[in-house]
Design a protein around this ligand. Structure first.
Ligand code: ZN
Ligand code: FE
Length: 257
């Protein structure tokens, strides 16, 4: 096995697209290309070409560049089996429990439905990188457009296998607004308060807050903490029912302004 070199490209108003290159074979991929132009510019700047387009889910802000990039580079498109009809240009389908490789860099695939019904996550354990699309965000999680709270809680619970020192490469810079909401849920979480101070400082300096560490998410992200008494108490649901807690936290976030 080998590891990935990762290059982050900010696109649109708040999207992140990732170029990934296997250090062993030099095979190169792009994760969730919202648009072709910024990806082409980044590849040109690095002197890289493109072999593979790696998709987490069908939304246009993750697949808008698929067809143009596929044609320009003769690239191969991998994406969720459960959503094969909605991933532009898909060639290879993967799903829960599959092992997928970019050259020698190995990823474990999780089905993580909730935001969309076919959403998947790629975990490159040796690189310590999780490409989770719109399932998990720094201090947040994706909206439930096509899934239930129970599905999303199950999806997020799959990340328990992922170590604390893994970097979470989510697809949007939503962190600061997520942070304001998280503070309303866990008012006494010192790790959260400290993290929000650091996030505010980064944003004030015009810097990115993504990727984040999985360990930090576990300690501070209210959506990963629906099984914690502090979160259950805050939303008035029993700690024995994390799905109900999660559902209530998600509901409150949906109307939070
Ligand atoms: Zn999405
Ligand atoms: Fe998105």
């Amino acid at each position: 096995m080998s590891t990935l070199e990762i290059h982050q490209i900010p696109t649109r108003s708040d999207n992140y697209v990732y170029l990934v290159k296997d250090r062993g074979t030099k095979r190169t991929g792009v994760v969730d290309p919202s648009d072709a132009a910024p990806v082409i510019a980044a590849l040109d700047g690095l002197g890289w070409t493109l072999d593979t387009i790696i998709c987490t889910h069908h939304h246009n802000d993750h697949t808008g560049g698929n067809l143009e990039l596929k044609e320009r580079y003769r690239a191969h498109v991998v994406g969720p089996r459960a959503d094969r009809d909605r991933i532009p240009g898909i060639d290879e389908m993967v799903g829960d429990g599959d092992t997928w490789r970019l050259g020698g860099a190995e990823a474990r695939v999780f089905d993580t439905p909730g935001h969309t019904r076919g959403h998947i996550t790629y975990w490159f354990a040796e690189t310590k990188a999780l490409f989770c699309g719109d399932t998990l965000f720094a201090l947040g999680c994706g909206r439930l457009f096509e899934g239930t709270p129970a599905q999303m809680w199950t999806s997020l619970s799959k990340y328990r296998a992922v170590p604390d020192d893994t970097l979470v490469y989510c697809a949007h810079e939503y962190t600061q607004s997520n942070a304001r909401f998280a503070l309303t849920v866990e008012t006494t979480n010192a790790d959260l308060a400290d993290r929000v101070r650091r996030i505010d400082a980064l944003r004030a300096a015009g810097q990115r807050t993504v990727p984040s560490l999985m360990g930090e998410e576990r300690a501070t992200n209210p959506f990963l903490r629906a099984d914690q008494a502090t979160v259950a108490d805050a939303v008035g649901k029993p700690v024995a029912d994390p799905v109900a807690v999660f559902a209530e936290v998600r509901l409150r976030k949906d109307s939070f302004r």
